[in-house]
Design a protein around this ligand. Structure first.
Ligand code: IMP
Ligand code: MG
Length: 389
């Protein structure tokens, strides 16, 4: 069986841990989207590790960074180095597609500059160069890993990129950038090959449906597709039609700007942030917190065509007196018009633990609105903290 793990809210639903759990029954774990903007937190033998580019599998998996992934070579090398302390064999298990787009320092500077120019309309990006790298690729001026096999070609492309971006970021030192990129490339050069895959595949999607550039809360979105249906195209694995595991938190969080109809601001929000450890794993930013938004969750389930639904962090709400639930909106639910949306939030009774009848009632409300069964509950950060229901 082939599978995909996808986030159904605005990211940070705990995909990494679910991927780690499911990786045990798959041969390959494959990334096809996002880049170092992603931060998937997992625990290996009690040791916390944040994956940015390497798929969240274990030493028994082959790991493929396929063509849709945006690669920052320095971040990748740092990640390989720190993972080697836990899995010495990791280096030999990694395959990197030559088609991957490469983020250069030019795009990272552009990301910062464009956000600055947008002023109060800034997206609140992770500043990892994601948007500008996709834009440069659309201009057919971006760097791909296959360009790195010829220093001459790479120099020409970098020179063009420098010219295109000059009006925004001024002059850049092409020689210096070339040298540092090549130095990083040399370390992964032998890993650059298209994986020839036999066995089962687990796709690890990045970000989440509401951050998808075409189906999310545009313009407050990321720049690569977050949908399961894009996995075959962006990985090149056309015959690995996956079953979809959709992951959502028992409440909602969001980092960066953009509409968040069920956001809360008071002490309850602070309590939620503390209890859930809701601080960004890539940027360290405080995450915005709010209640579960079922009309949006239903929309995301439909867009992702979810087969299996997984709730994470249910335990974080243990001990809350009351828990907010948005079951409907006054008017239509349109992801691009959420700023003026009017969600109706009701409160259900809190629970002490997940055996409590109040938790079961909460589950029933969710299942009724999203029209799917919640099949698994994750109740802690460790790989084994998950059970079917
Ligand atoms: P970018 O992907 O860095 O361009 O950021 C665009 C938006 O997506 C911002 O609101 C980010 O905070 C958000 N974002 C990007 N990656 C993640 C992620 O892995 N988790 C949560 N939010 C993310
Ligand atoms: Mg994350």
């Amino acid at each position: 069986m082939n599978s995909i793990v996808v986030g159904l809210q605005w990211g940070d639903e705990g995909k990494g841990k679910i991927v780690q759990h499911l990786s045990k029954s798959h041969d390959w774990v494959v990334r096809f989207s996002g880049g170092p903007n992603a931060g998937h937190t997992i625990y290996y033998n009690g040791q916390k590790f944040i994956h940015h580019l390497i798929p969240s599998g274990t030493k028994n998996n082959k790991l493929f960074i396929s063509r849709g992934t945006l690669v920052d070579l320095e971040v990748l090398n740092d990640e390989i180095k720190s993972m080697e302390r836990i899995f010495p064999e990791i280096r030999n298990n990694i395959y990197i597609s030559a088609w991957c787009r490469v983020i250069s320092p030019i795009e990272k500077d552009l990301d910062i500059k464009i956000e600055e120019l947008k002023g109060s309309n800034a997206v609140g990006t992770t500043k990892r160069g994601i948007g500008p790298t996709v834009a440069d690729d659309a201009h057919r001026a971006g760097l791909r890993i296959f360009d790195f096999f010829s220093e001459e070609k790479l120099r020409r492309k970098l020179t063009t990129l420098a010219l295109i971006s000059k009006p925004l970021i001024g002059d850049v030192d092409v020689d210096n950038i070339l040298e540092s990129l090549l130095k990083e490339f040399k370390k992964i050069k032998v890993r650059v090959k298209e994986a020839s895959i036999n066995g089962s595949v687990l796709f690890e999607a990045t970000q989440a449906i509401m951050l998808d550039p075409m189906y999310g809360t545009y313009p407050y979105v990321t720049s690569t597709s977050c949908l399961p249906s894009s996995a075959p195209y962006f990985s090149g694995l056309f015959n690995k039609n996956p079953e979809v595991f959709g992951v959502f938190k028992a409440y909602t969080t969001r980092v960066g700007s953009g509409p968040f109809p069920t956001e809360i601001f008071d002490e309850e929000s602070e309590k939620l942030r503390k209890a859930g450890g809701e601080f960004g794993s890539t940027t360290g930013r405080s995450r915005r917190c709010g209640w579960i938004d079922l009309p949006l969750l239903k929309y995301a389930c439909d867009v992702a065509n979810v087969d299996h639904l997984i709730m994470t962090k249910a335990d974080v709400l243990n001990g809350f007196d009351r828990i907010g639930v948005c079951q409907e909106y006054e008017g239509e639910v349109l992801p691009y018009a959420l700023e003026s949306a009017r969600p109706k939030v009701d409160y259900v009774k809190g629970w002490k633990n997940l055996q409590d009848i109040a938790f079961k009632d909460f589950l029933s409300v969710i299942e009724r609105i999203v029209k799917r069964k919640v099949e698994y509950i994750s109740f802690g950060p460790k790989e084994e903290d998950i059970k079917p229901i």
